[in-house]
Design a binder for this molecule. Structure first.
Ligand SMILES: [Zn+2]
Length: 181
């Protein structure tokens, strides 16, 4: 029995530490905020204040972040019935997961899309148009992608056709198998 469990077919467990996720998110947020502050200082415009509309936009952006994960899962071949929406209390964030393992190629796509579309793209657009609030929005949503970045980092050595799934018992662990399942 032990020999079977230790066989090549047994998926590897890869842990993503909550501390690393929080540290990455804070680092991304601070870097983005510094860029936004530089944009505000360089724009010559009177200080722009976001207030409630800005806060609402960030909240809507966070919801859109999870929806983009869901759409990316569907694009990667998952079915709607396989998607799981939930809140990972240990990470303090909402999360979309897929009940079935996906290819490493699909996993990277699913992980990266919201951070690029809602974080990096507005950040770059904000700098290009000298808009402090657009840049700050990008910075906030880039910080929200810290966990996604750590997931991509955790499987950096995995080939594109390996399969990757969530460990149903531990939200901080992903399971990597070298062959399709
Ligand atoms: Zn995410």
């Amino acid at each position: 029995m032990k020999a079977i469990l230790q066989g090549a077919a047994r998926p590897q467990r890869r842990r993503v530490s909550s501390r690393a996720v929080i540290a990455t998110s804070i680092a991304l947020g601070l870097a983005g905020w510094a860029v936004a502050a530089a944009v505000r200082a360089g724009s010559g415009a009177p200080s722009q204040r976001g207030g409630l509309p800005f806060t609402a936009a960030v909240v809507a952006g966070l919801v859109a972040h999870e929806l983009l994960h869901a759409l990316a899962f569907l694009a990667a071949g998952a079915r709607v019935s396989e998607l799981r929406f939930g809140v990972r209390l240990r990470r303090g964030v909402a999360h979309v997961a897929c009940a079935r393992a996906v290819s490493a190629r699909g996993f990277r796509f699913v992980a990266i899309v919201p951070g690029v579309a809602l974080g990096l793209a507005p950040l770059v657009a904000g700098v290009a148009t000298r808009s402090y609030l657009v840049t700050l929005f990008g910075a906030m949503l880039l910080a929200a992608a810290g966990g996604d970045l750590m997931l991509v980092w955790a499987v950096r050595d995995v080939g594109p056709n390996a399969s990757i799934g969530d460990d149903p018992a531990d939200p901080n662990v992903i399971l990597v198998a070298n062959e399709r399942r």
